[in-house]
Ligand binder design. Structure first.
Ligand code: ADP
Ligand code: AMP
Length: 218
């Protein structure tokens, strides 16, 4: 299975992707996570990317395409993967098509999580992430057992710089102008599935699973 999970920032892509990756045994390719990990390791790529990320801007297409290509190429045509947060521009979607053709692969499904504007704001502003293991919480909708402490590894929870109000508006504007057009790019290929994200975590997940059952897998 080769999945792409789309949706505005804060829609719940990461939360749903984590479960899908575990259940279907997929390689997770989250470009946002890759940039943040590279930053944590002090790598040049991460430090440069963070300049864009913290302001809510997109990282350069060529740089982003290259890190995805390296990951996909290593996995080969039989790989089972889930792309989360990539592609984010039509140029990236075109590059992804070329990469997949290059390794003899194609997407099984494009899952588009649809969420209201107000819910997006609420979800982004309340998101808290573990500094050590990246587990994601929400102050209201998924609070940890002990405030500020990760249930999984006892790491410290923090608010992402780009979830602060100054960056959030910019991210949403960029989503509308650069990322939303990708939905049209995938329309008509028989792989696009719209999922109602305005439901509980569990209900969104079961809708995704139902949609996947109805599509042909490889
Ligand atoms: P994305 O990866 O699309 O940016 P996340 O999965 O990180 O989104 O979710 C953003 C925030 O919203 C997180 O704090 C998460 O716990 C919360 N969240 C995700 N899905 C739901 C949901 N169905 N209901 C309520 N809160 C949710
Ligand atoms: P995410 O973790 O998916 O919310 O991504 C966090 C940030 O990383 C985004 O707001 C962008 O700044 C950057 N980023 C992640 N994926 C991409 C991408 N495909 N293209 C450009 N920038 C990206």
């Amino acid at each position: 299975m080769k999945l792409l999970v789309m949706g505005p920032p804060g829609a719940g892509k990461g939360s749903q992707s984590k479960k899908l990756v575990e259940e279907y045994d997929l390689t997770s390719i989250s470009t946002g996570e890759m940039f943040r990990e590279a930053y944590k390791r002090g790598e040049k790529l991460g430090i440069e990317a963070m300049e864009y990320i913290k302001e809510g801007n997109l990282v350069d297409d060529d740089i982003t395409n290259e890190i995805v290509y390296q990951r996909l190429k290593k996995k080969g045509p039989d790989s089972r993967f889930l792309l989360d947060g990539y592609p984010r521009t039509v140029k990236q979607a075109e590059a992804l098509d070329k990469m997949l053709a290059d390794i003899g692969s194609r997407l099984t499904a494009v899952i588009n999580i649809v969420v209201d504007y107000d819910a997006i704001l609420e979800r982004m502003v309340g998101r808290r992430v573990c500094k050590s293991c990246s587990e994601t919480y929400h102050t209201m909708f998924r609070p940890p057992n002990v405030e500020g402490v990760c249930d999984v590894c006892s790491g410290e929870l923090y608010q992402r710089e780009d979830d602060k109000p100054a960056s959030v508006k910019n991210r949403l504007n960029i989503y509308e102008s650069k990322t939303r057009p990708i939905i049209d790019y995938y329309k008509g290929r028989g792989v696009l599935v719209n999922i109602n994200g305005m439901q509980s975590f569990e209900a969104v997940y079961s809708d995704i699973k139902r949609a996947l059952r109805e599509l042909r897998h490889d």
